[in-house]
Design a binder for this molecule. Structure first.
Ligand code: SF4
Ligand code: SF4
Ligand code: FES
Length: 233
């Protein structure tokens, strides 16, 4: 079937429209390759694994941040509008600058520093276990209303990835990592849950932020009224 695709081209600052022959099981990434190969070889977008693993193909489709390689045509309303992610500088067309994401990880020192011992196993809760699956696609940061407006805010990706460090007994700087959460101004989170709704792996960064907030409050590192926590019923 022919489907109308509206595609953002940044050098013209406009949407170009194409009618593309597609099947429901084609992905948004298939659309982009079809457009590049058959209509416009100058179109720029990013992809590597084509399997939802490398996290590099994030784009906004019908206003929602998604992985292009994991989003099927059959799941989408028509016309299909494809734009670059929000909150990150555009390099060209659909290619955004991921260094903004990496800078925030670097600022909060979100990396593992092993203990000297050869401790191999540990028990934790399933949400922490799942957070190890984060592919650093940045869709959560691209959907976060605070990420763009406050450069000091660590962002949901950093907060999710640092949480596993605070819980992992093999990491030698657990207390330090928790202090970094505070440095990342986690209490500015509005708990809008955008990050949890767009995460392609269902990692629920907003819930992790709530755990971190509770831990910071328990340790007296932030006060209850500094936290924006809401209860949802
Ligand atoms: S819940 Fe917090 S971190 Fe997640 S998108 Fe909303 S403001 Fe950002
Ligand atoms: S938490 Fe989810 S949306 Fe955010 S970077 Fe990791 S995988 Fe991507
Ligand atoms: S191309 Fe690797 S996640 Fe989509």
């Amino acid at each position: 079937m022919l489907i109308r695709v509206k595609l953002y081209r940044n050098h013209e600052s406009l949407f170009k429209e194409f009618d593309v022959a597609l099947e429901p099981n084609h992905t948004v990434l298939d659309i982009l390759y079809t457009l590049k190969e058959n209509y416009d070889p100058t179109l720029s977008f990013r992809s590597m694994c084509r399997a939802g693993i490398c996290g590099t193909c994030g784009v906004k489709v019908n206003s929602k941040p998604v992985l292009a390689c994991k989003t099927k045509v059959g799941e989408l309303e028509h016309p299909i509008t494809i734009e670059p992610l929000d909150n990150l500088p555009i390099i060209k067309d659909l290619v955004v600058d991921h260094s903004v994401l990496m800078e925030r990880l670097k600022k909060l020192r979100v990396w593992y520093e092993p203990l000297g011992s050869n401790l191999q196993t540990f028990k934790t809760n399933p949400m922490v276990d799942k957070s190890f699956e984060c592919i650093a696609c940045g869709l959560c940061d691209a959907s976060c209303p605070v990420f763009l407006t406050n450069q000091d805010f660590g962002g949901p990706m950093s907060f999710l990835r640092i949480y596993k460090l605070t819980q992992d007994p093999r990491h030698s700087k657990r207390e330090d990592s928790l202090l970094r959460v505070k440095d990342g101004h986690l209490q500015l989170c509005t708990h809008c849950k955008n990050c949890s709704m767009v995460c392609p792996l269902g990692l629920m960064p907003e819930s992790i932020i709530k755990f971190e907030e509770a831990e910071l409050i328990k340790k007296g590192l932030i006060s209850q009224n500094l936290s924006n926590s809401f209860d949802f019923f």
